[in-house]
Design a protein around this ligand. Structure first.
Ligand code: PLP
Length: 423
């Protein structure tokens, strides 16, 4: 069943599909102007890392040229400028995901670090022998391995929500897994390997009936749809800047203040303390308690600029354009004989994974690259998904709002060429 939540997300995204001036948007992204192997670059690997608009590049340069300094520690002019810009970026993140307070937004290097922060700070403190952690069958390795490490250390158990052949979670089985031993649910919002949009709002509501906190891996949702953490009522939500038009090294783990307050610091060091003696350290208040050492200042300021950029182009309209691209690409690619789409959920975002009979996905990726097309070929850091669908790997085209129908035509024609070459 497509849940009411998934239907309403999809309908609201599709409804906004007004005119989208994709050429004007493309002009904002210098990297897209190049040729690769003599062909115009067709960049369809946005799920791995998205491209960066000129305004974000300029903001990073401005920091390096005129503001570079360490934050929170100097009374001097440059340090104050850098601190203001860095904390300004946190305010932008707060508004972007509608957190209650900026201190609930902890800067991390990306989703992986966000999940590991919760594992160390929350999991190691509150999860013990015989407790259970629920994840789903479609998780990225970064939302599997940290929990396995915790289970091994504490004697806890990992429970996995299964999915159907379309790549949709079986929610009745999720309900059956929840019980008084469950201490955490950690699920992805959108699958990077299949594109499925999970009905996380309903899943959070279910978990909360048992008093269980929920972590949402938003690596593939933050770039593609408006996010409201208060509306979702998630307890933790994490995403990576480099997948949403910002530099690498930027990212966020949001947590409800009451939970973050209770957590142990992930790392100890400078900037996360109130006072230190050899006998005892008193930790700083949020958010500093969870941000030890000098952070990726330029990158996080860049994330703030990327948020400004996304707000300026219209997140709903961008999402609607991506939905239309996904619809068109699905139609074009699935019409090619010998091609099979992996991940056919009714609610999907921005990802089209496919295999071709008797051709290894790495060969598909290599030939597409010769034509200037960047897709990802492999297991997408989701080996259990590959095992579930009984494939070694897939080729994955993942879209952003700067992609065009013409690029999808190029992809489809080149896939046909790949099949001809191998026949
Ligand atoms: C769903 C999902 N979760 C987590 C990650 C890990 O993100 P990062 O490598 O930026 O930490 C990715 C990256 O592909 C992802 O797609």
């Amino acid at each position: 069943m497509l849940t009411a939540e998934a239907t309403s997300i999809q309908e609201s995204i599709q409804a906004t599909g007004a005119a989208w001036d994709v050429e004007r948007i493309r002009a904002d992204f210098p990297v897209l102007r190049q040729t690769v192997n003599g062909k115009p670059l067709v960049y369809l690997d946005n799920g791995a890392s998205s491209q960066v608009p000129q305004v974000v590049i300029d903001r990073g340069s401005l920091y390096l040229e005129q503001e570079h300094s360490n934050i929170h520690r100097g009374v001097h002019y440059l340090s104050q400028k850098a601190t203001t810009a860095y904390e300004g970026a946190r305010e932008k993140v707060k508004r972007f995901i509608n957190a209650r307070e900026a201190k609930e937004c902890i800067f991390v290097r990306g989703t992986t670090e966000g999940i590991n922060l919760v594992m160390h700070g929350y999991g190691r403190k509150f999860i013990g022998n015989g407790d259970e952690i629920i994840i789903s069958a479609m998780e990225h390795h970064s939302n599997i391995v940290p929990w396995q490490m915790l289970c091994e250390e504490k004697g806890a158990q990992l429970r996995v929500i299964p999915m159907n052949d379309a790549g949709e979670l079986l929610l009745d089985q999720y309900d059956a897994l929840l019980n008084e031993r469950t201490k955490l649910v950690a699920v992805m919002h959108v699958s990077n390997a299949l594109g499925t949009i999970n009905p996380v709002g309903e899943m959070i509501e279910q978990a909360h009936k048992y008093g269980v906190p929920v972590l949402i891996d938003g690596a593939q949702s933050a770039p593609h749809m408006p996010i409201d953490v208060q509306d979702l009522d998630c307890d933790f939500y994490t995403f990576s800047g480099h997948k949403m038009f910002a530099p690498t090294g930027s990212g966020v783990i949001y947590g409800k203040a009451a939970l973050l307050e209770q957590m142990n610091p992930f790392q100890g060091g400078g900037d996360m303390i109130k006072s230190v003696t050899f006998e005892k350290t008193i930790y700083a208040d949020l958010p500093n308690k969870l941000e030890a050492g000098t952070p990726a200042i330029a990158s996080q300021i860049g994330l703030g600029a990327a948020i400004d950029y996304l707000n300026s182009i219209g997140r709903e309209q961008a999402a609607a354009h991506e939905q239309e691209l996904l619809r068109y690409a699905t139609e074009r690619i699935s019409a090619i004989e010998g091609v099979h789409i992996i991940g056919t959920a009714r609610a999907k975002a921005s990802v089209l994974s496919f295999i071709i009979d008797d051709i290894h996905p790495h060969d598909i990726g290599t030939i597409l690259d010769q034509e200037g097309i960047a897709v990802r070929a492999g297991h997408h850091c989701a080996q259990p998904v590959m095992q579930r669908f009984n494939v070694p790997a897939t080729a994955r085209a993942s879209f952003a709002f700067y992609n065009t129908r013409e690029e999808i035509d190029v992809l489809a024609r080149t896939v046909e060429k790949v099949i001809e070459m191998f026949s």
